[in-house]
Design a protein around this ligand. Structure first.
Ligand code: NAI
Length: 251
């Protein structure tokens, strides 16, 4: 690791893309990376509208309305970082969806949409940005997995499979990205208090909290600070890892 010139701003001069940044964990990641000195490109689906601009304004970054599953997503990001910056240093693949159903009722639509957002897009973005030569040497990719990708979760076969797949992506891309001195790591949060989990029925939600090792829901900042570590020069030699945030699942 190289010590940053300014310890208070370890990401000074870096450009960071955060997908799914309009709310929840992604919005907090945008705040924390910007606090650490990065220029944040906050991306989210066009329907996120004002919420996305508000996050981007708050962090002094750029709002990028973008569906990560669209065929030209990587190209659009590459155009932006090449025209307005000197490339991209940090990718946080945070955008994610759930389409829960018990396995017997897991239709193809639910399966495919979750695969597209949670698993295909994080891979495709990295591939496309590499192909466009838009990723800077010495950067970092951080993928958001889930404890559901390690321990599984009832009604979330599609989601759990994608989040396990993300861990596979980290393994597969570690040597590929190392050639450009870029690290790749994943965080696997347990139950975190966000709009995504607020949509879960009350009893299941309470059970989710109690499945965390610390027996309570985690906060978005817990995930964001872990990601900030993986994005920072302090972890320049740390690659190929999956870190649980909130501990084991007590399933
Ligand atoms: P959230 O639902 O509050 O936020 C997700 C954001 O991603 C939304 O703003 C949404 O518009 C955006 N998004 C969805 N599809 C998109 C697409 N195609 N293109 C661009 N943006 C898109 O969710 P939350 O809770 O903040 O989750 C963030 C990440 O953390 C997800 O990957 C989720 O799977 C993961 N996670 C969440 C946990 C939790 O307990 N909340 C636990 C473990 C992982």
């Amino acid at each position: 690791a190289t010590a940053p010139a300014d310890w208070d701003k370890p990401l000074a001069g870096k450009v960071a893309l955060v997908t799914g940044a309009a709310r929840g964990i992604g919005a907090t990641i945008a705040e924390v990376l910007s606090r650490d000195g990065a220029h944040v490109i906050a991306a989210d689906i066009p329907a996120a509208g004002e919420a996305l601009s508000e996050v981007a304004n708050k962090v002094g970054g750029t709002a990028l309305p973008l569906d990560v599953t669209s065929a030209d997503a990587g190209k659009k990001i590459a155009e932006l970082v090449k025209s307005r910056h000197s490339g991209l240093d940090i990718i946080v693949n945070n955008a994610g969806i759930t389409r829960d159903k018990l396995l017997a009722n897991m239709d193809e639509g639910r399966w495919n949409s979750v695969m597209a957002v949670n698993l295909k897009a994080p891979k495709q973005l990295v591939d496309d940005l590499l192909a466009e030569d838009a990723l800077n040497e010495g950067g970092a990719v951080v993928d958001v997995s889930s404890i559901a990708g390690i321990a599984g979760n009832r009604g979330q076969t599609n989601y759990g499979a994608t989040k396990a797949g993300v861990i596979g992506l980290v393994d597969a891309y570690t040597p590929v990205l190392a050639k450009k001195n870029i690290t790749i790591n994943a965080v696997a949060p347990g139950f975190i208090e966000t709009a995504m989990t607020a949509a879960i029925p009350l009893a299941t939600r309470q059970a989710g909290r109690l499945m965390n090792s610390l027996q309570q829901g985690g906060q978005t900042v817990d995930v964001a600070e872990t990601i900030a570590y993986f994005a920072a020069p302090a972890s320049a030699a740390v690659t190929g890892n999956v870190v649980r945030v909130c501990g084991q699942s007590l399933l």
